[in-house]
Design a protein around this ligand. Structure first.
Ligand code: ADP
Length: 280
């Protein structure tokens, strides 16, 4: 089973012909609500890939909270450890114009209040794998990693958005999941972590550890929107951590590729969809 301690946002995507000037109001074409936050996206992917998955994070006291919790629960994620804090649920306000250019305002809201309490520590201790990102306060990331290490739970970190990592966190990691930019920016960290999984966009992924390197070449798919492909990959990788390295990398690579074929960040495939894709 997988525990994700991380972020959850409500995304609102507004489409307009052209962006308003400061002080101007324009009539938009459409609006769509979706769920974002790397933590929530990766938790949904792990659950849909077939793992028993707990998401621990925080939402605010607003209507957005019900929407995001409903979306997680619909994917099969256990949300019983999500805290309700004063203030707003994390929110991303995305505006896209006719040329596809975007303006984005992200309000961390409740994600800035995530802490790791007794119940979350117990869930981490019970799990096989802890999956972390960097959209919640670093002390919470470190507390979660420490609880996992003490209990023998595998600690995976997707260091995104990329930032400097303290040694006391790096020392707790069993593996990192990085894209090419993160691998470059965190070269010194990557050298010290026992297992490094690198996503290579359309070129697939690679995993390197003391037992050698495995590669998963990119799948040729009709790409619609790669938003969330990295999150789908990370969730599926965590869900399949018990599989042999080449097999789990293949399944995570399929989850990433399938997510790139659909619009939006919420489209991680189910285990059955991954099976069907791999047997094509
Ligand atoms: P991020 O979006 O986090 O920067 P990548 O771009 O490396 O990460 O993509 C993550 C994963 O999604 C890849 O390892 C691959 O499995 C899949 N993926 C992304 N882009 C494509 C693509 N154009 N074709 C096929 N698979 C893709």
């Amino acid at each position: 089973s997988v525990v994700v301690v991380g972020s959850v946002n409500l995304d609102a995507v507004t489409v307009c012909e052209r962006f308003p000037q400061p002080g101007e109001t324009v009539t938009g074409v459409s609006v769509a609500f979706g769920q974002g936050g790397k933590g929530a996206n990766q938790a949904r992917s792990a659950a849909r890939a077939g793992a028993s998955t707990v998401f621990a994070g925080a939402v605010g006291e607003d209507a957005a909270a019900e929407t995001v919790l409903g979306s997680l629960a619909a994917a099969g994620v256990d949300v019983s450890l999500v805290a309700r804090v004063t203030g707003s649920t994390g929110f991303a306000n995305v505006t896209v114009d006719a040329t596809g250019e975007n303006h984005i305002v992200v309000v961390p809201g409740a994600n800035g209040s995530v802490t790791v309490g007794e119940a979350t520590r117990a869930a981490i201790a019970d799990a096989d794998v802890l999956l972390l990102q960097l959209e919640i306060p670093l002390p919470a990331v470190i507390d979660a990693a420490r609880a996992a290490r003490e209990a023998g739970t595998v600690v995976l970190l997707n260091p995104s958005p990329v930032q400097a990592l303290p040694d006391r966190l790096v020392d707790l990691l069993d593996a990192v999941i990085v894209n090419r930019e993160e691998e470059k920016a965190l070269a010194e960290v990557v050298e010290r972590v026992p297992y490094v999984v690198t996503t290579l966009g359309g070129d697939g992924a690679r995993a390197a550890g003391s037992d050698g390197t495995v590669e998963a070449p990119g799948f040729v798919v009709e790409v619609v929107d790669t938003t969330g492909a990295g999150d789908a990959f990370a969730g599926a990788l965590a869900a399949h951590w018990d599989l042999p390295p080449a097999e789990r990398l293949l399944r995570a690579n399929a989850a990433g590729a399938l997510t790139a074929t659909a619009a939006g960040a919420a489209a991680a495939p189910t285990g059955a969809e991954i099976d069907a894709f791999l047997s094509e």
